[in-house]
Write a protein that binds this ligand. Sequence first.
Ligand SMILES: Nc1ncnc2c1ncn2[C@@H]1O[C@H](COP(=O)(O)OP(=O)(O)OP(=O)(O)O)[C@@H](O)[C@H]1O
Ligand SMILES: Nc1nc2c(ncn2[C@@H]2O[C@H](COP(=O)(O)O)[C@@H](O)[C@H]2O)c(=O)[nH]1
Length: 404
Amino acid sequence: MGEAPAFIVDDLPTGFPNGFDFKSKGCTTATIIGNKEYLIGGDHDESSTVGVQIFDQTRGELICRVNPTVLGTQPKPCKDHSAVLLNEDRLLIIKRGSTPDDCIWFLEVDTKYVREQRKILGTEVVAWSKAVRGDAEKPVVISGPSGVGKGTLISMLMKEFPSMFGFSVSHTTRAPRGMEKDGVHYHFTERSAMEREIKDGKFLEFASVHGNLYGTSVEAVEVVADAGKRCILDIDVQGARSVRASSLDAIFIFVCPPSMEELEKRLRARGTETEEQILKRLRNAQAEMEQGQSSAIFDHILYNDNLEECHENLKKLLGLDGNVTASPKSSPKGVELPMDLSISKIDQKVIIKCESPELETASKNLIVLDLSSLKGGAPGRTRGLDVYAIDSFSDGLSGFNQPT
Ligand SMILES: Nc1ncnc2c1ncn2[C@@H]1O[C@H](COP(=O)(O)OP(=O)(O)OP(=O)(O)O)[C@@H](O)[C@H]1O
Ligand SMILES: Nc1nc2c(ncn2[C@@H]2O[C@H](COP(=O)(O)O)[C@@H](O)[C@H]2O)c(=O)[nH]1
């Protein structure tokens, strides 16, 4: 096996004699799943993203064209692409002529997330999710009553491991506090704009908290995953419940104060809320404590009495108490492959064969996309893609049949 290459797929052939449900119509692919045909890319799309249309024959003979609600950040257009059907619920999209970090995408057409969103939005839904190489750690959801010290603990963690963690910057309709910066602490937004974006499916979760709207956009989580970092979400219990029900595979931690008196002392000492707001937050804290401690949402409960001890306990939960390297995973170097390619799929592996005569004698002209350890998915990113080069098809095949 060779080193994990990053590559630019170029000059894809326009048809594959390999049994894929794939046809090329210029720069459009058409994939049939059951009674639906998914058209991806092509001239019908004048926007700056790869468009998706569905031709639906589920209602009898009549084929109706549907423009689905498209969730997730959409890929930028490319010269051409191929579409490989995986497990009837998603397509693997390999973009031609795109940068190494942008060439592998998934279009989810019938995953759990897509089915749920179809019910919620009452429309046909598809969802994009970009592949992220390697096994970035699960996102961390931190919840707890206002003033318990979530923000303080997160700041300490991010200061100690700056290249390991990235903060999911939420949207909120509340006004900024003195030192808070738009785009850093929150995306401060108007209620009407946020409500519109919620309707458009831009949010992974949202909730009305202490009289204001708060929400985690899909993009906020994607930005962190794209930077190769572990995402930290600071959200209330309602938000944690929504994320738990979503396809984001995360660790859920609830932070408790040593007592309600101490919680009130911290909130007052912070000096960021009016008396009315402090009283509202304390009233809400009662219910949050009950839900946080009794519900099945959370994997761990942390007591924040002594701050240093709590910080150490948080690190232990996250497996950071031993010898950890705080450096980011190095991203593989880009290797451009401007040549003809053909694609095969065997079990959970997709093999891209480079057919350039220049490479005929070169070893490692087969690129393998190993899909067996995929995690997560839309909304957000599909993690766990393994990409490597192999010397010959038969070498690769014998490897594929071995149990992992
Ligand atoms: N263990 C602790 N002991 C004493 N004070 C603490 C402790 N942890 C945090 N604090 C202080 O409590 C106040 C509230 O902390 P913080 O702002 O981090 O809470 P929070 O849970 O993020 O609140 P919110 O949900 O309102 O954003 C801050 O002034 C912080 O310095
Ligand atoms: N459901 C969500 N809750 C969120 C989000 N961002 C923050 N929060 C929670 O709101 C309260 C109040 O925060 P504050 O900054 O006004 O003190 C706190 O419990 C946060 O955890 C979000 O995106 N979704």
